[in-house]
Design a protein around this ligand. Structure first.
Ligand code: HGY
Ligand code: MN
Ligand code: MN
Ligand code: MN
Length: 406
């Protein structure tokens, strides 16, 4: 019997060499490496007798089974963060393809079609907003995002065109949900729980809400050698004080988590007092009311710090997603599939965001987590075992058969 789990691991290795950055894995939306990955994954889909298309934003959609049938959607995202690991997103897409390959190898025709989707942008690395791919697929795309610009001032509208997409078709370009049975996403846990419990897989109960904010401070550039310390309007010192404020506020509100993942300071010369800073703030909480309260408190703190330092400040909420529970019925089926594979179905929440949160706008979502070493992710040290990948594949096989039973 072909060792499909080994093939999935080899494919993760192969795709990890396709990147925009010689230093590490980096596949932002619309990049050449995303094109290459789409081409390679399309080939694997076609070899499993799937029809393949790329939708208006560049999601890769493979379909096993006839049109007009009910459809189960499987998948995850193909893009990555900067200096990423090999498995975040990719593993879920390749496990879904492998599940169809096994059905095809057994010449098994389910009473529904299986659609495998590789979403074009979930991390939001290039434009700072997450779920670009799955929001189009789920028919929930906000056209205001087309005006967002990347670091080179290229707008999303232009990037979609360059990637071969159709900006005019993004709104309402999603698929209808009528024919859908549900969506199941397999993803590495990106946390320590399954490893601590010595379990290969776990069933996700829900995805916490998140706010992605671009904050900024504007002061006055000056000569580092001549401007006295009193009276400086140093935009980087204002940003530094705000970063620690973000950490303090989140620590005071467990289980909130908040991160300033990036600071850009201009003009960026060692002997010039920074005049301008831009900060990427990421705020998460399982309870939306608490998250909004924390977000608004931080906005006020940014204003206060700017005033105390005679700076101006800016505050742009780039993206917000509410906390999303997984669908009870689909999750119960997934838990049953885990038990059929011979393991207890441990249920756990997701601190990380996933396309399943966006697909909830379209159909019933469920997620399976795969144990990852030391819970590390968004890091080249990200790793899973072939054994655990084999368990996840076995669970997916049981899952589709359970859905076929009724
Ligand atoms: O940021 C996240 O939660 C996910 O990796 N997109
Ligand atoms: Mn990620
Ligand atoms: Mn991910
Ligand atoms: Mn089995």
């Amino acid at each position: 019997m072909k060792d499909t789990a080994a093939t999935v691991m080899e494919r993760c290795d192969l795709l990890s060499n396709i990147t925009e950055d010689a230093e590490g894995i980096c596949r932002p939306y619309g990049s050449q490496s995303m094109r290459e990955v789409n081409n390679i994954v399309s080939g694997w889909m076609r070899a499993a007798e799937m029809s393949v298309r790329q939708d208006s934003i560049g999601n890769l959609v493979g379909r096993y089974g006839g049109n007009g049938e009910k459809t189960l959607v499987l998948g995850s995202h193909l893009d990555t963060v900067r200096n990423a690991g090999k498995y975040d997103g990719i593993l879920g897409v390749l496990l879904a393809v492998a599940c169809v390959e096994e059905l095809h190898a057994k010449n098994r025709k389910l009473p529904f079609a299986v659609e495998v989707v590789g979403f074009a942008d979930e991390e939001g690395l290039r434009f700072g907003t997450t779920y670009l791919g799955s929001s189009v697929y789920a028919g929930d795309f906000d056209p205001a995002r087309l005006a967002l610009a990347d670091r080179n001032e290229t707008t999303l509208l232009r990037a979609v065109r360059d990637f071969g997409g159709d900006p005019e078709a993004l709104v309402g370009g999603g698929r209808s949900g009528e024919d859908l049975i549900g969506y199941c996403e397999v993803h590495i846990e990106q946390g320590p729980v399954l490893e601590a419990m010595d379990l290969p897989v776990g069933v996700v109960t829900g995805i916490q809400g998140q706010s992605r904010i671009q904050a900024g401070f504007t002061g006055v550039a000056g000569h580092a050698g001549t401007v006295p310390m009193n009276g400086r309007r140093d935009a980087l010192c204002a940003a530094a004080e705000f970063v620690l404020e973000v950490e303090r506020a989140a620590r005071a509100e467990p289980p909130a988590v908040a991160t300033v993942g990036e600071i850009r300071a201009l003009p960026g010369a060692s002997n010039v007092i920074p005049a301008e800073t831009r900060l990427a703030v990421d705020l998460r909480h399982p309870d939306d009311v608490s998250r909004v309260r924390l977000r608004d408190g931080l906005r006020r703190r940014a204003e206060d710090i700017a005033k105390e330092r005679s700076c101006d400040n800016s505050w742009q909420v780039r993206q917000e997603t509410a906390a999303i529970p997984m669908d009870e019925r689909m999750t119960a089926k997934l838990a049953q599939a885990v038990e059929r594979a011979g393991y207890p179905a441990h249920r756990l929440p997701s601190g990380a965001g996933h396309d399943a949160a966006q697909l909830a706008a379209l159909t019933a979502p469920a997620m399976l987590f795969v144990r990852c070493k030391d819970g590390i992710s968004h890091n080249p040290a990200e790793s899973v075992t072939k054994g655990d990948v084999g368990v996840a594949l076995d669970v997916l096989g049981h899952f589709v058969e359970l859905l076929a039973e009724n």
